[in-house]
Write a protein that binds this ligand. Sequence first.
Ligand code: MG
Length: 466
Amino acid sequence: MKATPARRLFGTNGVRGIVNKELTPQLALQLSEAIGTFFGRTIGRSKILLGWDGRTSSPMLADLAASGLVSAGCTVYEAGLAPTPAIQYLTKAHSFNGAVMVTASHNPPEYNGIKVIDSDGIELPPEGELLIEKIYFKKEAVLRDWKGLGERLPVHDGLEAYRQAIREKVDESTISRSRPKIVIDPANGVGTLVTPYLCRELGCQVTTINSNIDGTFPGRLPEPTPANLETLSKIVRSSGADLGVAHDGDADRAIFVDGGGLVHWGDRSFALITEHYLKNHSGEEIVTPVSSSSVIEDVASKYGGKVVWTPVGSINVSRTMAKIGAKLGGEENGGIFYAPHIPVRDGAMATALILEIMASSREKLSTLMGRLPRYFNVKDRVPCPERLKSKVLKQLREEVKGIKVETIDGVKVWHEDRGWILVRPSGTEPIYRLFAEAMSTEKAQDLVSRYKKILSNIIRKSGRRS
Ligand code: MG
């Protein structure tokens, strides 16, 4: 893979930071002027869709983004509060030239971010982000005179169109006949504007918790980890519901809870969706980052599918899918990418697919999950100075020569009994992240311990030599 020069503002998910500390009003405005200039350069007067999540800082930042874009001559169509995937869907479906989404996804309430979407609905590729950074740092934004300013226009019925698009991708009558009872926890985020309505339209009996939009996240933190989903889990169990669904703050992820209150991690729901999809589309390619569980490969090979591995990060899954024309992708964190709708992660689309699987199989989620092969994961980290990172990775590749490895992102090494370990340098901290999977926790822990030793040795030796 060709190396792209490092970006200074954009991270893996747009420009993120603590509001008024790292992400200041000045940065938001000038960045938006640069974004507007970027789109204007290639397109002339561009049509940009703007959406934002429910954070306390989102209206302030969205206003600044709108002003920056308008000053650079863009016509800004304001969709308002909306899930990120709704903005991505509408960008493509309604032929906008691009979009700006103000969101910090699953981060704590003090954060916010600005994400730039390309005309195909997928996050802008790194080359585009670099061009925007260049305009920003070199102060090359082109601000129009009074005759050339853009306008701010409202968008009507965007979320209805988005819900309708999801409904068309699933078997509504089968879901509706089974009348599933579902509890939805959107974490006081923008998922509340879509998923409860969508599920009612699909014939579900819907209960919601944490469903008023509140940027202080009073119900739970916006990351849908099992520790944050205890209330959802209790309510699903005590109310006799068939399914619980939890979103992150901008509802591009969905994590599912079975009727017994058990939280199932995202690679398992992705495996169920893979199975369901490949049953009808045998031999197709399934796209997922190297960090995903072997359960995906197990299911794919059972139904004649092929797994295509990507570097970690949702944009890599989306861009790979678009490039090879794959229809399904997924991430272990609860991101499902369904290209017949849009190849970006989408929490509402994932929910509709899980409802379709339960209704068409007439099985409980716990039964469906119980049939999947079971793996166990252990995570750890090893400190490593930034200057040694690439040298250490090279050395590690040497050490594992002869063993089956995947080097698309860090080093993933396969071991006996379907065990594997992924060693990746962190992009933001002076550490290496270790992530192991095996048939038992002990075996996964053993892999982590072995590689911690190997890495520490390499780091010590490289430090001495440099
Ligand atoms: Mg998110």
